[in-house]
Write a protein that binds this ligand. Structure first.
Ligand code: APR
Ligand code: ZN
Length: 281
């Protein structure tokens, strides 16, 4: 394990544009369960996952009812708004401060990367701290609206102050399109990165899970096109894809990642950053 940690630190130091892709496996040490691990929310309650597949449809069908459900029900994720970043989040923030990490693309809605200090965070599945207008894409801070007050006054759903359409939570539900701004920027990052550090995701939910495959594929294509006149295919990939995860994933099995450092993100990521600092002395 130690040699893989040192290998990751050396790969990060060699990189020009490293990005991190993160999932729910970043947050258990912050008290937020993952979805598909042994104690995951969907693992323990498959009915909750089935209901989650209906949420976006419910919003489109009846935004008022959607909001009554949101405001009266308990989130299956528990109270994530008060959660604190853990050493794994702080390690990725330090990697950005050192100048190595250029972006974090996260599936997590808990805003823990920003709380840890990362500046460039693409929230692929949105954030619990925000609201969004699906019609015009405008985002709002959650407390820009007195949602409970609107419910007691019988004035749900909250409406966009730009286009007056009903707004929803910023969190992207199953079957809901990824907001185009985040989708576009994430694709750009996957095209141009030369190192992808994938932390705490089962890599089974699309389109996010497509990003490592694009990074792998695209970089090899660029090699082929940049040789003016000479057309050759380089076998080795120009992108280093590293997984840090409690268990192997389809990315491991399909050889999309170069190597898996198996274990807990909150332990492994700080060790990688410590080694980066050691090697930079
Ligand atoms: N350290 C490292 N890996 C961990 C840890 C940990 N402390 N805890 C869990 N894991 C691993 C699990 O073994 C699993 O492989 O992290 C992965 C988490 O996978 P999921 O629970 O599927 O979470 P994620 O990949 O983020 O899910 C993607 O699915 O339900 C939707 O919108 C939701 O964004 C979420 C998306
Ligand atoms: Zn709007």
């Amino acid at each position: 394990m130690e040699s893989l940690i040192e290998r990751a630190a050396r790969d990060l130091l060699k990189s020009n544009h490293a990005i991190a892709l993160t999932g729910a496996g970043m947050s258990p040490e912050s008290g937020i369960r993952d979805f598909r691990g042994p104690n995951g929310i969907w693992t323990k309650d498959p009915e909750a996952e089935k209901r989650a597949y209906q949420t976006y449809h419910n919003f489109l069908r009846n935004p008022k009812e959607y909001w009554e459900g949101v405001l009266s029900g308990r989130s299956s994720l528990g109270n994530i708004q008060d959660a604190k970043p853990n050493p794994g989040h702080h390690a990725l923030a330090e990697l950005e401060t050192i100048g190595i990490l250029k972006a974090v693309l996260t599936q997590n809605i808990d805003a823990l990367h920003e709380k840890a200090g990362n500046k460039r965070v693409l929230e692929y599945h949105g954030s619990v701290l925000k609201l969004r207008c699906p019609a015009c894409g405008t985002r709002f801070k959650r407390n820009d609206y007195d949602l409970q007050g609107l419910m007691s006054a019988g004035q749900l759903p909250p409406r966009c102050n730009k286009c007056n359409s009903p707004i929803k939570g910023d969190v992207v539900h199953f079957n809901e399109p990824i907001p185009s701004d985040v989708a576009h920027e994430s694709l750009e990052e996957a095209w141009k990165c030369d190192l992808m550090l994938i932390c705490g995701t089962s890599a089974v939910v699309y389109p996010f899970a497509q990003l490592p495959r694009i990074a792998r594929q695209r970089q090899v294509e660029q090699e082929r096109k940049t040789e003016s006149g000479l057309h050759f295919v380089k076998n080795e990939s120009a992108t280093t894809i590293i997984e840090v995860n409690a268990e192997p994933t389809p990315l491991t099995a399909e050889g999309i990642s170069d190597y898996l450092i198996q274990g807990r993100t909150a332990e492994i990521l700080p060790k990688i950053v410590e080694t980066v600092k050691e090697l930079s002395k």
